[in-house]
Ligand binder design. Structure first.
Ligand code: FRU
Length: 328
């Protein structure tokens, strides 16, 4: 007979200061709630590398059955993940990568492809001999999505002589890293045709600066993430604030599914690459409808789960009452 057992899944989240990470956590919790014998604990490193290392060490000493990590930066988080692996804890890396390949599995979209998608979108929306000027705003360059998005973006543009990156801003994923830099660049170059920001939050920051200079109608801004909900990329495309956004799914549900498969003894792939797509005015309504439907289903499931929990409580108290009545 199979023994009743609870498995511990520890998730070391880089930070939870933005909606994208909130969504990743939410998706993990929902997926974990489908498996009552799997216990998920999330630790939030608040964008502090030393803190993330400590939290991972805590998970190692607690002997979690599976560790999931979204590393803040690649290089400094690599050794502690190697330590977990050495301790025999299967480790799933999500979204941002570490150095080398000493981990059990990776889950996330292909960030080189995301950069390529953004560049191809710009190229295919320009006329054959049109000179196109662009500004790139990168994410934190010590985190893998930033250098991979740049790599893909530059790879495609290198084939198109008419495109020219007039300035690059080294952002840090947050809106505050865009403001003054972009202002002074626009002061010196006047305007630009496109801005590619490595995520929608920085893209929104770029739009605010463009608007303060009355340039919001002449600069086309492309972001990444394509989050659903208030202030998400989908809404920004609908409101014509962004020309496009490249979908970067969080992979939260997928990471938990992988953890469950691992613990059930299934073979899993080392690389689990999620799909991405450019969202612009052509497909934004379809995307929004899809997300609405998914959300509706999600809510239904959550409601059913709470009904089931109530029924279990009622059942348990009735059983107890019965036991008292028959003198057990
Ligand atoms: C969220 C975020 C996203 C970005 C991802 C890259 O914290 O900044 O906007 O796509 O991290 O790791």
């Amino acid at each position: 007979e199979k023994q009743e057992q609870t498995y511990k899944i520890g998730f070391a989240q880089a930070m939870t200061t933005d909606n994208w990470r909130e969504e990743m956590n939410r998706a993990m919790k929902v997926e974990a709630s489908m498996h009552p014998d799997f216990n998920l604990q999330i630790k939030d490193a608040q964008n502090d590398v030393a803190k993330q290392i400590k939290q991972i060490e805590d998970f190692i000493s607690k002997e979690v059955d599976v560790l999931i990590v979204s590393p803040i930066q690649s290089v400094p988080i690599t050794p502690v993940i190697e330590k977990a692996m050495k301790a025999g804890i299967p480790t799933i890396v999500i979204d941002r990568k570490i150095e080398g390949s000493n981990y059990t599995a990776y889950v996330g979209a292909n960030n080189i492809e995301i950069g390529k998608n953004a560049a191809n979108y710009i190229v295919s929306n320009s006329k054959p001999n049109q000179e196109v000027e662009l500004i790139e705003i990168t994410g934190l360059q010590t985190s893998s999505p930033a250098f991979e998005r740049s790599q893909g973006f530059h790879e495609v543009l290198a084939y198109h002589e008419n495109t020219k990156i007039v300035a690059t801003i080294a952002g840090d994923w947050e809106k505050t890293s865009v403001g003054d830099n972009l202002k002074s660049i626009l002061d010196s170059v006047g305007s630009t045709d496109y801005i590619f920001a490595h995520n929608d939050r920085m893209a929104m920051g770029a739009w605010e600066i463009a608007r303060s200079k009355n340039l919001e109608d002449s600069i086309q801004i492309i972001g990444v993430d394509g989050l659903f909900g208030p202030n998400g990329g989908i809404q920004l495309v609908k409101e014509d604030i962004l020309t496009a956004t490249v979908l970067y799914p969080t992979g939260g549900a997928e990471a938990i599914k992988l953890a469950v498969q691992l613990l059930e003894g299934d073979q899993i792939d080392k690389n689990n690459i999620l799909n991405t797509v450019v969202i612009d005015e052509m497909n934004v309504d379809i995307m929004q409808n899809q997300f609405n439907k998914m959300n509706q289903q999600q809510n239904d499931i959550e409601q059913q789960q709470s009904v089931i929990r109530e029924q279990i409580t009622t059942y348990n108290s009735q059983t107890n009452l019965l036991k008292i009545m028959v003198g057990l």
